[in-house]
Design a protein around this ligand. Structure first.
Ligand SMILES: *Cc1c(COP(=O)(O)O)cnc(C)c1O
Length: 402
């Protein structure tokens, strides 16, 4: 957590409608980082990482969607990963030992991290993913890159991958010879860039109504960034925590009891999280008060069947093709607006529908255009190191004994 949450100045709010997304991003970044990075360097970091748009589309009365998937790997995780990569590249520069970044992934995180760190000097990325459990498109996005990115196909589950990563961090021998860090934990370098687009969306929101954001959530990093934006002074009336049946947070908001559980598999699989790691951060932002949290966040959860109907509804009503995660956000917003006619809302669109073709195609019975940047991954040949789920196997590879 940042030690202090800086405030957005009144003067900035006056200029806001005239500023570009990059200008807004740079201002927010400088509130957090101006003591650590000189302004010209920080400007470059923003320009290099936030070099794609986040359009705000009006779909219906009181209802908007903020498309956060215009980056290279077509999900909102590109924002966090790309900014963090440029920051780390900046801080690592003066040292001689390369920094090894370990990331366990069930799909989206690995592709965003690998693509963001590709070619950054002084950094090597090791991506561990479970064999036969990530989609072909996702696998192609981190196995075809080469250069400073190495992918490991682990004969095991996602939990096994995570265990290998955690064991490596605790290994004293390896820590003596290598500099190791993780990209899984949502460090502040990943949270800050997620604040940018809340402020940007607000700047483009033209309704004279109370603003609510509906956030399709799993690990709750995205929602945490929204709450930080609010504490910086952004006038947000309410956040809606929209989840699939992995509903520990909506349940907490209803009962005041937080009971982490094992996760269930759903069609919005990037939100299949039973014990969200950012929950503690959210509590901290509300001074550990259930009442305060409840006052600012409403929770809704939905089944796969409901999610599919919402995808169909958005297609027929707005002629809009949404991915399953965005559909969950839509449902949460709709549920809230039903009893709050004084509000208008923005749903965060977290992934391009082409990333979830196997759900989107049969549900909507239509073809989804696959963006060029995704197609280009499909034509390349992937390469990965095959390892078992035993730590020795992974360690030996790192030590170069294989
Ligand atoms: C990661 C992800 C989410 C969940 O975001 P959190 O910050 O973990 O709550 C939602 N949708 C998509 C497409 C994602 O990749």
């Amino acid at each position: 957590m940042p030690e202090v949450i800086p405030k957005i100045e009144d003067n900035f709010f006056k200029k806001l409608p005239y500023l570009s997304f990059q200008e807004i991003s740079y201002y927010i970044a400088s509130l957090f980082l101006s003591n650590d990075i000189e302004s010209s360097k920080l400007k470059k970091i923003v320009e290099k990482s936030i070099n794609f748009d986040a359009p705000l589309l009006k779909l219906g009365a009181n209802f908007y969607i903020l498309e956060l998937w215009h980056g290279p790997t077509l999900a909102f995780k590109d924002f966090g990963a790309r900014f963090m990569a440029q920051l780390m590249g900046y801080f690592v520069k003066d040292t001689s030992k390369p920094l090894h970044i370990l990331v366990a992934t069930s799909g989206d995180t690995g592709s965003a991290i690998a693509n963001s760190f590709l070619g950054i000097e002084g950094i090597k990325v090791l991506v561990l993913y479970p064999k036969n459990r990530v989609s072909k498109i996702q696998e192609q996005q981190f196995t075809t890159l080469g250069k400073n990115i190495t992918a490991f196909e682990v004969d095991g589950s996602f939990d096994d991958c995570q265990k290998l990563v955690k064991t490596t961090f605790l290994d004293e021998d390896l820590n003596k010879i290598l500099r190791l860090t993780s990209a899984n934990s949502i460090n502040v370098g990943r949270l800050i860039p997620q604040i940018f687009y809340y402020v940007y969306a607000y700047s483009r929101f033209k309704e004279n109504k109370d603003l609510v954001f509906s956030v399709p959530s799993g690990n709750f990093g995205n929602l945490t960034a929204g709450i930080i934006a609010m504490e910086m002074g952004l006038p947000v009336n309410k956040f809606i925590a929209s989840t699939n049946i992995n509903k520990v947070v909506p349940e907490y908001l209803r009962t005041g009891i937080f009971s982490p559980a094992s996760s269930f598999q759903t069609i919005s699989n990037a939100m299949d999280v039973g014990n969200p790691s950012n929950f503690d951060r959210i509590l901290d932002l509300f001074d550990h008060s259930f009442e305060k949290a409840k006052d600012k966040i409403d929770g809704f959860y939905f089944t796969d069947a409901e999610t599919k109907s919402a995808m169909k509804e958005m297609y027929s009503k707005f002629n809009y093709i949404v991915d399953p995660h965005g559909a969950v956000g839509y449902l949460g917003l709709k549920g809230y607006l039903r009893s709050h006619p004084e509000s208008a809302g923005i749903c965060l669109g977290t992934a391009h529908p082409a990333k979830f073709l196997d759900v989107v195609k049969p549900t909507l019975n239509t073809n989804v255009e696959i963006p060029k940047r995704l197609q280009s991954f499909m034509t390349k040949k992937g390469e990965s190191v095959q390892i078992s789920n035993l730590y020795e196997d992974f360690k030996n590879w790192i030590l170069g004994k294989k």
